[in-house]
Design a protein around this ligand. Sequence first.
Ligand SMILES: O=C(O)c1ccccc1N[C@@H]1O[C@H](COP(=O)(O)O)[C@@H](O)[C@H]1O
Length: 211
Amino acid sequence: MRIKICGITQPEQGKTIASLGATALGFMCVPSSPRYVNVEQIRAVVEQLPENVDKIGVFANASLEEIKQTVLDSGLTGAQLHGDESPEFVLQLREYLPDVEILKALRIRGTEDLEKVSSYTNYVDTVLLDAYHPQQLGGTGITLDWAMLEQFSPGCPWFLAGGLTPDNILDALNQVHPNGIDLSSGVERAPGDKDLDKVAKLFEKLKVVSS
Ligand SMILES: O=C(O)c1ccccc1N[C@@H]1O[C@H](COP(=O)(O)O)[C@@H](O)[C@H]1O
């Protein structure tokens, strides 16, 4: 299973979290986010990471040019679209960045929102399900209704996100079977300041699942 820890801001924390077992690190390229990092800050983390760790930039309603420039300048390997980006936008981004993983995040309130997933599955590499919040785009610490996802099986790989923590991850994975998980505020001391003890606890818990 893929394990993404998002909202990385500090090189040493990124390096340690990768060594603990994260398969992907996420970098907030959304200016309104309290975890926002610029290209220089992303590069400072990326250059410390092993080749095999995915480096995913999180964008929300950014332009194609902005995403392309940030991905190329920062050495990112993936672009997560966490805003209202359409399937057509995804297709255009694919032309701009043919060798980069494209993830579409969908903010889920109820089963009616799950019906939107199928319009993306032919165009993205990965779908990411996050909790809906009326004002915030993400990083809310709110969980989805996992029972709603017990039968969820889209036509492409998918990540479960939204309010996951070391203390609820096993409950979540008992109910739903994603290809990956994505955590941010659930492993933090403060926005952008990851709690390495919580990250270590997460991987200890995940050993229970994988053993
Ligand atoms: O983390 C943020 O500040 C953020 C801002 C705008 C869009 C997305 C954001 N984060 C994404 O939300 C998920 C879930 O966060 P959490 O685990 O509930 O805190 C996170 O993994 C990011 O991909």
